[in-house]
Design a protein around this ligand. Structure first.
Ligand code: NCD
Length: 332
């Protein structure tokens, strides 16, 4: 895809197929739709009694998570296993990273083990691009969250979940509430929602949790929750990313909940059929009330299930980008 955009070139091979997944920005709406359509076709695999396809048979996937994770790491692992790959999880706490090994040396050693795919989560923004830039030609890198920069598979599973409930994005008002400032999820969600032509994207947060200049990005910015919820079709809540906050951004969690907590009363301002989403982990009584988290409008656990199909789709498409996944004579 010769558009001269280096970030895009890193994600796409010479034939214009997905090579790495690092960021939604620069991916293009056709490719986002291709991933969602592929995920649609892979969703039933997890409902079968034999939850396996041979698309990644003989391939080795390594999960390299330098930050805590439950949903993302487990569903990447399940996705790889459901595609018949061999999966290894490096336990960072007990790895040589704790003995001062550099990222590049870790990468070279994993390549020496003949891995085919590296799924990486790291606290530094740009780390996934770093791995992709330095990876051997046969290695695919998937970004499972880099600092506050991007979390593309989370955004893809979020728009996939929205599409299953509300397929016409041009008619939708989507409100993202919470710690936008420190959230890689919000950044990637906004890019994915834009790629799909979402009617209106709103963000709501205290001023201290809103990045400067947001109003110039085509997003409607609110520093109060109530007007941001009015008529919304989709409400996405985010956790306060305390691990990325330096200094005091908030008075207290109780006060945050008082003004920005998603309660049943506030949800009545949104459309009656609005759906409630959260990437997890949820903090009940901080950004969301238990009543809303567990209520009929919540699709939070659906997001988790859909994450497997979306990650399977990304793995299948990136492996396909490097030639046939199956050995000659085998079914692809
Ligand atoms: C998010 C993350 O790690 O960026 N969680 C996730 O991947 N499901 C959001 C968060 O940690 O709050």
């Amino acid at each position: 895809m010769a558009d001269g955009h280096s970030r895009m070139n890193l994600q796409v091979n010479q034939e214009g197929r997905l090579r790495h997944l690092l960021d939604i920005a620069g991916l293009g709406s056709d490719r986002v739709v291709e991933i969602l359509d592929t995920a649609d076709s892979l969703l039933p695999v997890s409902q079968r009694s034999v939850k396996k396809l041979p698309l990644l048979r003989g391939k080795t996937v390594i999960n390299l998570f330098y930050e805590p994770s439950t949903r993302t790491r487990m569903t990447f692992e399940l996705a790889a296993k459901r595609l018949s790959a061999d999966v290894l999880n490096l336990d960072i706490e007990h790895s040589s990273a704790r003995k001062g090994e550099s990222l590049i040396d870790t990468l070279r050693n994993l390549e020496a083990m003949h891995m085919d795919m590296l799924v990486v989560r790291h606290p530094e923004s740009g780390s996934a691009h770093f791995f992709a830039r330095h990876a051997a030609p046969h290695v695919t890198v998937l970004n499972a969250g880099d600092g506050r920069h991007a979390h593309p598979t989370q955004a893809l599973l979020d728009v996939f979940t929205i599409r299953r409930h509300k397929p016409d994005f041009s008619k939708l008002t989507v409100t993202i509430v919470g710690d936008i400032m420190h959230s890689r999820v919000a950044r990637s969600q906004i890019a994915a929602l834009r790629a799909l032509g979402t009617g209106e994207i709103r963000v709501a947060a205290p001023r201290t949790l809103l990045p400067a200049g947001m109003e110039h990005t085509g997003v409607r910015v609110f520093d109060q929750l109530e007007p941001a919820l009015e008529g919304a079709d989709v409400v996405i809540t985010l956790r306060l990313q305390r691990e990325r906050m330096q200094g005091a951004h908030l008075p207290s969690e109780a006060e945050y909940f008082r003004y920005y907590g998603l309660t049943a009363a506030r949800m009545r301002l949104a459309q009656p059929d609005a759906i409630v989403m959260h990437p997890g982990p949820i903090n009940r009584g901080v950004e969301i009330s238990p009543e809303v988290a567990d209520g009929a409008q919540s699709v939070i656990l659906e997001q988790v299930t859909n994450g497997i199909a979306v990650r399977m789709a990304v793995m299948a498409l990136t492996m396909g980008a490097r030639g046939p996944a199956a050995a000659p004579g085998e079914p692809a």
